[in-house]
Design a protein around this ligand. Sequence first.
Ligand SMILES: Nc1ncnc2c1ncn2[C@@H]1O[C@H](COP(=O)(O)OP(=O)(O)OP(=O)(O)O)[C@@H](O)[C@H]1O
Ligand SMILES: [Mg+2]
Length: 314
Amino acid sequence: MRVITIYNKKGGTGKTSIATNVAANLAAAGYRVGMLDGDEQANTSTLTSPHRYGKPTLTHVICDAVPLREAMYQARRNLWIVPADMNLTRAVEYVHGQQDFEVLCDRIEELQRTLGTAPTPEQTQPWWQAKEVRLRDFDLVPTSDEEFRTPPSSLDFIIMDNPPNPNALTTAMLFAAQEVLIPVELEEFAYQGLVQMFEDITRKFRRRQQKMKIAGIIPMRVDHRGALAADYLISLWKAFPELTTRTIHTDKTISNAQAYHRVSFEEDRNSRGARELFDLSLWLAGWQGHVMGLETCKHCLAAREQALQTEEEE
Ligand SMILES: Nc1ncnc2c1ncn2[C@@H]1O[C@H](COP(=O)(O)OP(=O)(O)OP(=O)(O)O)[C@@H](O)[C@H]1O
Ligand SMILES: [Mg+2]
């Protein structure tokens, strides 16, 4: 089971969009995914309506030692959400007060002991062998009330969404994860923020045996009409050539979907946003093919080539 936290100290960079879409796309692709909402704004939790769950939530998992499994609601087939609630500050205060930054490691370990193993799409699904996939061949299925209350029997991924300002719970989530995914916007402060964040993460982990793997830095909400978009993309690819992932362009499907408690795949699977996010999700799973209908962006390509070229020249 891979445990991934979606992190950026800055607000509004696309953490929730990445967490919800990646988790849902992986579920549509046949992986079994758990998603933890670590933000009291509860944006991730809105993939399921609050009247369906009530208690327990992540607050009770942290403060009252409720097993994670009992707070997992299957919002779509293969996608379980551990929702946040308005009292999540109680959980933040608990972690801070007790200095118990291991609390989520413990809960996840405890969860893992209750889970079995199941074959993954690599082993079972024909699309894994294909060089190209079509989004219409995948499906994200709503759940019945009974399925909603059925906890997972195995999981391939846990994905965690974080709030804008890091707090004690964010640290607990970092410690519980093996990988971090960082969405960034292309703007002046994003790059500085990234460097600060890496220092921050390194400092937090300096006394720990465990190492944190940066799974990717995702250029988010890319709009080439902005005069400096290409410049920022070039700097990002130059600074982090191995870590910078495919770009996710500005697409209203991404924001519209959220307004209706859906993900982009459900909103309009033919949209650029849905295809780009699907491609990113399958890349994260290790698949190396191409999503049909997803055109290569010539602006992104030019920026990437320029980044490589200037690197060779230097
Ligand atoms: N590629 C995109 N195209 C269009 N809108 C986007 C895109 N990515 C994100 N957004 C919109 O930008 C806003 C901020 O995104 P999101 O909520 O994912 O950020 P966040 O980092 O989770 O914010 P917070 O720090 O407040 O939790 C949302 O309204 C979202 O719909
Ligand atoms: Mg958010």
